[in-house]
Design a protein around this ligand. Structure first.
Ligand SMILES: [Zn+2]
Length: 285
């Protein structure tokens, strides 16, 4: 038995299994009157996270005990090694169900087309399987339903870099690919019939190390032009600058442009008319 579970027993905290590495208990946040256990405790690290109120702590810290750093460190190292070595495809957790309603302004159809699902293993979260070119699932990406939980996204497994998304459904428009930062930016464009976009999961994905893996397959499908539509903030601008530099260095024949939406807007905010307009512009470029 893990030391964490032994501690829960000792404190007579009732728990139920929640996936392979977590259990759920009633929330430890005194301000949260938790009738259904919604507070997740990691059985190796003792990390506590309530998916309902966002409360976070560590079980050892909560009881004023010294954290078993040795446990945590061993676990983190083991997990990292396992993630790197174990490239076995993931599976959608058993018992998961497809999403049943619209989420964040996206139609049910678009969500279903992207296999959005919910799982009791990841409460209060809408999840997407991320697939590689062979259609194997490499990651599960989740977005918490409530905005008060930070970070808003979770990804499994940690430590395995995300590629681009989606690789299968992408179709260049007039040779153009639109690169956006977030999965919901991509989904919003897709929801409005713009198929030419890909999400790079953040603005630092195209690096000296990763560019071949990401860009070569796209170039092979006839994509010769890249339009960056990253968030109009400092990080977004710097990400575009670095990515442009790398692309101009290694792929001098491709066109790279960036499109500034301005005013702190991102592609997830664009409405139907604006996206139709953008599509027309791409066809004319
Ligand atoms: Zn709570």
């Amino acid at each position: 038995m893990s030391r964490v579970l032994a501690l829960l027993d000792e404190k007579t905290l009732h728990y139920v299994q929640a996936g392979q590495e977590n259990v759920k208990i009633k929330c430890l946040n005194p301000e949260h009157d938790d009738s259904n256990p919604s507070c997740q405790v990691h059985i190796h690290t003792g990390a506590v996270h309530c998916f309902s109120c966002g409360f976070k702590t560590n079980i050892y810290k909560h009881f004023g005990m010294q954290t078993h750093f040795a446990d945590q460190k061993t676990y983190a190292i083991k997990k990292k090694i396992r993630n790197i070595l174990d490239n076995k495809p993931l599976a959608i957790p058993p018992g998961s169900v497809p999403v049943r309603e619209e989420f964040r302004g996206l139609t049910l159809q678009t969500l279903r087309d992207h296999e959005a699902f919910e799982s009791t293993e990841y409460p209060n979260t809408v999840l997407f399987p991320i697939r590689n070119y062979s259609n194997d699932i490499t990651h599960l990406l989740g977005r918490y339903k409530t905005d008060n939980v930070k970070p808003k996204y979770m990804v499994e497994p940690k430590g395995r870099p995300l590629g681009m998304y989606p690789l299968k459904k992408f179709e260049a428009i007039n040779g153009w690919a639109i690169l956006v930062e977030g999965i919901f930016d991509y989904l919003n464009l897709k929801d409005n019939n713009l198929d030419a976009s890909l999400c790079t999961f953040g603005c630092n994905s195209i690096t000296e190390k990763s560019h071949e893996k990401f860009l070569m397959p796209l170039l092979a499908t006839g994509c010769t032009k890249f339009l960056f539509m990253y968030d109009a903030d400092k990080a977004g601008r710097e990400g575009v600058r670095l990515a442009k530099e790398i692309m101009e260095k290694y792929y001098p024949h491709v066109q790279v442009k960036s499109f500034n939406l301005g005013d702190g807007r991102d592609p997830g905010d664009l409405n139907q008319d604006e996206i139709a307009d953008l599509k027309e512009k791409l066809l004319a470029l």
